[in-house]
Design a protein around this ligand. Structure first.
Ligand code: GDP
Length: 191
Protein backbone atom coordinates (compact mmCIF):
# COMPACT_ATOMS: atom_id res chain seq x y z
CA UNK A 1 0.00 0.00 0.00
CA UNK A 2 2.70 2.45 0.97
CA UNK A 3 4.52 1.80 -2.28
CA UNK A 4 1.36 2.33 -4.29
CA UNK A 5 0.67 5.62 -2.58
CA UNK A 6 4.24 6.74 -3.08
CA UNK A 7 3.92 6.48 -6.84
CA UNK A 8 0.49 8.13 -6.88
CA UNK A 9 -1.67 5.02 -7.25
CA UNK A 10 -4.87 4.39 -5.36
CA UNK A 11 -4.14 1.27 -3.23
CA UNK A 12 -7.83 0.25 -3.39
CA UNK A 13 -8.19 0.01 -7.16
CA UNK A 14 -4.84 0.88 -8.70
CA UNK A 15 -6.15 4.05 -10.34
CA UNK A 16 -3.78 6.91 -10.74
CA UNK A 17 -4.55 9.64 -8.24
CA UNK A 18 -2.45 12.62 -8.99
CA UNK A 19 -3.71 15.59 -7.02
CA UNK A 20 -0.77 17.78 -7.99
CA UNK A 21 -1.23 17.61 -11.75
CA UNK A 22 -4.78 18.42 -12.70
CA UNK A 23 -6.20 18.02 -16.18
CA UNK A 24 -9.38 19.89 -16.98
CA UNK A 25 -11.65 20.30 -19.93
CA UNK A 26 -12.49 23.95 -20.62
CA UNK A 27 -15.22 24.94 -23.07
CA UNK A 28 -15.48 28.34 -24.71
CA UNK A 29 -18.85 29.90 -25.44
CA UNK A 30 -19.90 33.19 -26.96
CA UNK A 31 -21.05 34.87 -30.12
CA UNK A 32 -19.05 34.46 -33.28
CA UNK A 33 -16.47 37.24 -33.63
CA UNK A 34 -16.03 38.12 -29.94
CA UNK A 35 -12.44 36.82 -29.99
CA UNK A 36 -12.61 33.28 -28.60
CA UNK A 37 -10.02 31.87 -30.99
CA UNK A 38 -7.76 34.88 -30.47
CA UNK A 39 -7.91 34.44 -26.68
CA UNK A 40 -6.89 30.79 -27.00
CA UNK A 41 -4.08 31.56 -29.44
CA UNK A 42 -2.80 34.35 -27.22
CA UNK A 43 -2.80 32.02 -24.19
CA UNK A 44 -1.37 28.94 -25.90
CA UNK A 45 1.02 30.47 -28.44
CA UNK A 46 1.53 33.97 -27.06
CA UNK A 47 0.55 35.64 -30.29
CA UNK A 48 -2.25 37.66 -31.82
CA UNK A 49 -2.87 36.74 -35.42
CA UNK A 50 -6.45 37.39 -36.51
CA UNK A 51 -5.70 36.14 -40.04
CA UNK A 52 -4.72 32.61 -39.11
CA UNK A 53 -7.97 31.37 -37.71
CA UNK A 54 -7.25 27.93 -36.36
CA UNK A 55 -10.10 25.51 -36.47
CA UNK A 56 -10.15 23.81 -33.14
CA UNK A 57 -13.73 22.57 -33.10
CA UNK A 58 -13.15 18.89 -33.51
CA UNK A 59 -9.90 18.77 -31.62
CA UNK A 60 -8.62 21.16 -29.02
CA UNK A 61 -5.56 23.04 -27.92
CA UNK A 62 -3.97 22.46 -24.56
CA UNK A 63 -1.78 24.48 -22.27
CA UNK A 64 -0.34 23.75 -18.84
CA UNK A 65 0.24 26.34 -16.15
CA UNK A 66 1.97 26.02 -12.78
CA UNK A 67 0.47 27.49 -9.65
CA UNK A 68 2.37 28.78 -6.63
CA UNK A 69 1.63 25.67 -4.57
CA UNK A 70 3.46 23.62 -7.26
CA UNK A 71 0.20 22.23 -8.63
CA UNK A 72 0.04 22.16 -12.42
CA UNK A 73 -3.17 22.54 -14.36
CA UNK A 74 -3.43 21.32 -17.91
CA UNK A 75 -6.27 23.04 -19.74
CA UNK A 76 -7.79 21.14 -22.63
CA UNK A 77 -9.53 23.95 -24.45
CA UNK A 78 -12.53 23.31 -26.67
CA UNK A 79 -13.56 26.04 -29.06
CA UNK A 80 -16.79 26.09 -31.02
CA UNK A 81 -14.93 27.07 -34.22
CA UNK A 82 -17.89 28.82 -35.78
CA UNK A 83 -20.40 26.16 -34.77
CA UNK A 84 -21.80 28.25 -31.91
CA UNK A 85 -25.42 27.41 -32.60
CA UNK A 86 -24.86 23.67 -32.62
CA UNK A 87 -22.34 23.50 -29.82
CA UNK A 88 -24.85 24.87 -27.34
CA UNK A 89 -27.13 21.94 -27.95
CA UNK A 90 -24.47 19.27 -28.08
CA UNK A 91 -24.22 17.44 -24.76
CA UNK A 92 -20.86 16.16 -25.95
CA UNK A 93 -19.48 19.68 -25.89
CA UNK A 94 -20.35 20.18 -22.22
CA UNK A 95 -19.74 16.63 -21.04
CA UNK A 96 -16.92 16.42 -18.53
CA UNK A 97 -16.22 20.14 -18.73
CA UNK A 98 -14.84 21.46 -15.43
CA UNK A 99 -14.66 25.01 -16.73
CA UNK A 100 -16.79 27.15 -19.03
CA UNK A 101 -15.62 30.53 -20.28
CA UNK A 102 -18.35 32.75 -21.70
CA UNK A 103 -16.96 35.55 -23.85
CA UNK A 104 -18.50 38.77 -25.13
CA UNK A 105 -17.10 41.85 -26.87
CA UNK A 106 -17.23 45.06 -24.79
CA UNK A 107 -18.11 47.03 -27.96
CA UNK A 108 -21.13 44.84 -28.68
CA UNK A 109 -24.26 44.86 -26.49
CA UNK A 110 -25.66 42.07 -28.71
CA UNK A 111 -22.75 39.83 -27.77
CA UNK A 112 -23.36 40.65 -24.09
CA UNK A 113 -27.01 39.63 -24.44
CA UNK A 114 -25.85 36.46 -26.14
CA UNK A 115 -23.42 35.77 -23.29
CA UNK A 116 -26.34 35.90 -20.87
CA UNK A 117 -28.12 33.33 -23.01
CA UNK A 118 -25.08 31.02 -22.88
CA UNK A 119 -24.91 31.34 -19.12
CA UNK A 120 -28.52 30.10 -18.94
CA UNK A 121 -27.69 27.23 -21.29
CA UNK A 122 -24.77 26.25 -19.11
CA UNK A 123 -26.90 26.25 -16.01
CA UNK A 124 -29.28 23.88 -17.81
CA UNK A 125 -26.78 21.53 -19.44
CA UNK A 126 -23.46 21.90 -17.61
CA UNK A 127 -22.34 20.06 -14.51
CA UNK A 128 -23.50 21.77 -11.29
CA UNK A 129 -19.88 22.10 -10.08
CA UNK A 130 -18.65 23.73 -13.28
CA UNK A 131 -16.40 26.77 -12.76
CA UNK A 132 -17.77 29.60 -14.90
CA UNK A 133 -16.00 32.73 -16.05
CA UNK A 134 -17.51 35.73 -17.81
CA UNK A 135 -15.04 37.53 -20.06
CA UNK A 136 -15.45 40.96 -21.65
CA UNK A 137 -12.92 40.85 -24.48
CA UNK A 138 -11.52 43.60 -26.76
CA UNK A 139 -10.89 45.81 -23.72
CA UNK A 140 -8.32 47.69 -25.83
CA UNK A 141 -11.21 49.23 -27.79
CA UNK A 142 -12.25 51.40 -24.84
CA UNK A 143 -13.25 54.34 -27.04
CA UNK A 144 -15.87 52.08 -28.64
CA UNK A 145 -17.03 50.54 -25.37
CA UNK A 146 -20.78 49.90 -25.16
CA UNK A 147 -20.94 47.39 -22.31
CA UNK A 148 -19.93 48.89 -18.97
CA UNK A 149 -17.51 47.09 -16.66
CA UNK A 150 -20.10 47.23 -13.87
CA UNK A 151 -22.70 45.45 -16.03
CA UNK A 152 -20.25 42.59 -16.55
CA UNK A 153 -19.51 42.32 -12.85
CA UNK A 154 -23.18 42.47 -11.91
CA UNK A 155 -24.12 39.67 -14.27
CA UNK A 156 -21.20 37.52 -13.15
CA UNK A 157 -21.96 38.00 -9.46
CA UNK A 158 -25.62 37.15 -9.96
CA UNK A 159 -24.58 33.85 -11.53
CA UNK A 160 -21.67 32.90 -9.30
CA UNK A 161 -19.11 33.52 -12.02
CA UNK A 162 -15.63 34.95 -12.06
CA UNK A 163 -15.42 38.17 -14.14
CA UNK A 164 -12.55 39.74 -16.05
CA UNK A 165 -12.01 42.04 -19.03
CA UNK A 166 -9.30 40.97 -21.46
CA UNK A 167 -7.61 41.94 -24.69
CA UNK A 168 -6.31 39.16 -26.89
CA UNK A 169 -4.75 41.91 -28.98
CA UNK A 170 -2.59 43.49 -26.26
CA UNK A 171 -2.47 40.32 -24.07
CA UNK A 172 -4.03 42.23 -21.18
CA UNK A 173 -5.39 39.86 -18.50
CA UNK A 174 -5.17 36.75 -20.71
CA UNK A 175 -2.84 34.79 -18.43
CA UNK A 176 -4.67 36.19 -15.40
CA UNK A 177 -7.93 34.77 -16.74
CA UNK A 178 -6.56 31.22 -16.78
CA UNK A 179 -4.68 31.60 -13.49
CA UNK A 180 -7.81 32.79 -11.71
CA UNK A 181 -9.78 29.88 -13.15
CA UNK A 182 -7.10 27.44 -11.99
CA UNK A 183 -7.31 28.81 -8.45
CA UNK A 184 -11.04 28.24 -8.39
CA UNK A 185 -10.97 24.60 -9.44
CA UNK A 186 -12.21 22.12 -6.88
CA UNK A 187 -9.19 20.13 -5.76
CA UNK A 188 -9.41 16.36 -5.53
CA UNK A 189 -8.41 15.24 -2.07
CA UNK A 190 -5.85 12.41 -1.80
CA UNK A 191 -7.68 9.20 -0.88
P1 GDP B 1 -14.34 34.04 -32.49
O1 GDP B 1 -15.28 33.90 -33.65
O2 GDP B 1 -15.07 34.33 -31.22
O3 GDP B 1 -13.38 32.90 -32.34
O4 GDP B 1 -13.49 35.38 -32.77
P2 GDP B 1 -12.00 35.53 -33.36
O5 GDP B 1 -11.00 35.06 -32.36
O6 GDP B 1 -11.94 34.92 -34.71
O7 GDP B 1 -11.88 37.11 -33.48
C1 GDP B 1 -12.79 37.84 -34.27
C2 GDP B 1 -12.17 39.18 -34.64
O8 GDP B 1 -12.01 39.99 -33.49
C3 GDP B 1 -10.80 39.06 -35.28
O9 GDP B 1 -10.82 39.81 -36.47
C4 GDP B 1 -9.83 39.67 -34.30
O10 GDP B 1 -8.90 40.44 -34.96
C5 GDP B 1 -10.69 40.52 -33.42
N1 GDP B 1 -10.23 40.46 -32.03
C6 GDP B 1 -10.17 39.37 -31.23
N2 GDP B 1 -9.74 39.72 -30.01
C7 GDP B 1 -9.53 41.05 -30.02
C8 GDP B 1 -9.10 42.01 -29.03
O11 GDP B 1 -8.81 41.69 -27.87
N3 GDP B 1 -9.03 43.31 -29.43
C9 GDP B 1 -9.33 43.71 -30.70
N4 GDP B 1 -9.23 45.00 -30.98
N5 GDP B 1 -9.75 42.85 -31.64
C10 GDP B 1 -9.86 41.53 -31.30
Amino acid sequence: KTVGQAVGLNPENGEVIDTKNLRVKLVLLGDSGVGKSCIVLRFVRGQFDPTSKVTVGASFLSQTIALQDSTTVKFEIWDTAGQERYAALAPLYYRGAAVAVVVYDITSPESFAKAQYWVKELQKHGSPEIVMALVGNKADLHEKREVQFQDGIDHAEKNGMFFIETSAKTADNINQLFEEIAKRLPRPSPS
